[in-house]
Design a protein around this ligand. Sequence first.
Ligand code: F6P
Length: 363
Amino acid sequence: MKKKKIAVLTGGGDCPGLNAVIRAVTKKAILDHNAEVIGVEDGFEGLVDKRYRQLSYDQVSGILSLGGTILGTSNVANPYNYPVKEGQTVGFKDLSKQVIGNIKDLNIDCLVCIGGDGTLAIAYRLYQEGVPVVGIPKTIDNDIFGTDISFGFDTAVQIATEGIDRLHTTAQSHHRVMIVEVMGRRAGWIALHSGVAGGGDIILIPEIPYDINLVAERVRSRREKGKRFSIIVIAEGAKPIGGDVTIKRVVADASDPVRLGGIGFVLGEQLEQMTGLETRTVVLGHLLRGGTPTPFDRILGTELGSGAVDLIFNNKFGQMIAMQNNSFVAVSLEIAAQGSRLVSPDGSLVRSARSVGTCFGNI
Ligand code: F6P
């Protein structure tokens, strides 16, 4: 039987656990199927520029606990809307035909795309145009449709919770309001989980626009009850009722160019003025994405990588390996491409948090 050839890429923002997935895909493909594995460098950029390298068993040994991705990644390289420098400005071109040609030249049996909704949406388009593709959901934001959890989320929640715990003690000592801003553009999963785990007094997420008067009132009433500090956990994508998100920068060469950040500082200034209480803001940002993955993410990454290889050898292309109700299942990439899986404002964890007195800024 002809030896199968698999290519792997990691796309979008990096995320703890990526190397655990690369390791699992490569080792299983080699050990169980005697397949050849090719690593594509820097996501879809490597498929435009033909930058690949062979991945041997030894090359993926010892990377299980390593943060980042040994393959590199890019969150601006969408082949269907690819940034091309024209003098001082950046234009966008559809390079998908070139990418599909390069994939054909590689002579692979499957392209494994490890990424978030953007990467998986590109993977789905490539699949529709005849490329045999399998997806693996990745994002610290945990907002991919079709899977209950993505690897990286657990690590991000752990780091955010540790940050909140540390800020708790200094907030208590100085009798201050401490605001912790965490990542989460459209979905507030990290803020919700770390906020609950860290005992945040107020949690503000994109799915529940907040009333600044209610937030100020909660801080004041805590003070009146003798609680001389407050901890507020806010997602970068949170916004006031009737207001908009806070944009940190616009990345000129990205087809999805808006980067959020800074809402914590906006809120801090407003609260200090409204309550007269000293307020400090800490933005955890990319700290949540870096460094070693938790055991949970290493295990999940290993299961997902292994499951993806099963999809390949069962010819289940155009699918991603996902977790639903504690089981690993194949889900069409079409579902993942649909957008973001959001926190339900009246879901179980929001209700439980409210029942212990947590304020979400709207009631
Ligand atoms: O989607 C993952 C994410 O970490 C978001 O939470 C965040 O808004 C974004 O990536 C940041 O991207 P960049 O690395 O371009 O700053």
